[in-house]
Design a protein around this ligand. Sequence first.
Ligand code: ZN
Length: 224
Amino acid sequence: MNSIILFVIGTALGSFISLVIQRANRSESIIFPRSHCDQCRTPLKPVDLIPIVSYLSLKGRCRYCKSVINRELITNEFIFGGAFILQSYFNFNWLIFISILILITLSIIDNQKLTVPTILIIILLIINVTHYLIFNGGNLILLIILLGAYLVVQSLNYFTIKIGCGDIDVLFIVGLIIGFSGILTLLMLATTTALIYAWLFAKQKRIAFIPFITIGYLFNLIFM
Ligand SMILES: [Zn+2]
């Protein structure tokens, strides 16, 4: 499919996922009330909801009360659009592509809250185990050993170093696809980029790590 069409579909998905995350954070329904401005509560018209285009044409401000629209929305639209462009170039199989979309969603949530919903971790696990068994010539015994190792590491983590919530789960789950050497490359890349990011931008002590795991995962899928 044409890259531009895929990009547009990606931005629409990014817009929808941003809405779902925002409403879930506030324990609101996804369907009601209709999309509205957070400040003046005016319901938005379809013309206000076109991904990227609406934001740019309104110069990042609400059409009705002129309050600043959260920049995260357009960022997420671009990121999902970019993921669909990547898909059009590299043609990952559909399970891998879904795992990328879930990891991006987890990255956005982790970045906001420094924790991620278990349900998304479980869906990612099911997707990657399925891929592992079908495409990686998955060995069931190895899978059981891996899950055992995961439980040991997770309990050690619980009592000792306390790496961020969800990080170890995600590392094990992506390890099913990229293997042990892939995980080593991923960790090197993720920790280096995270350290540079923390040094340059992060004011708070803790930074979300899943975005950097996602960058390392994409690097592995594309270059290794
Ligand atoms: Zn408004």
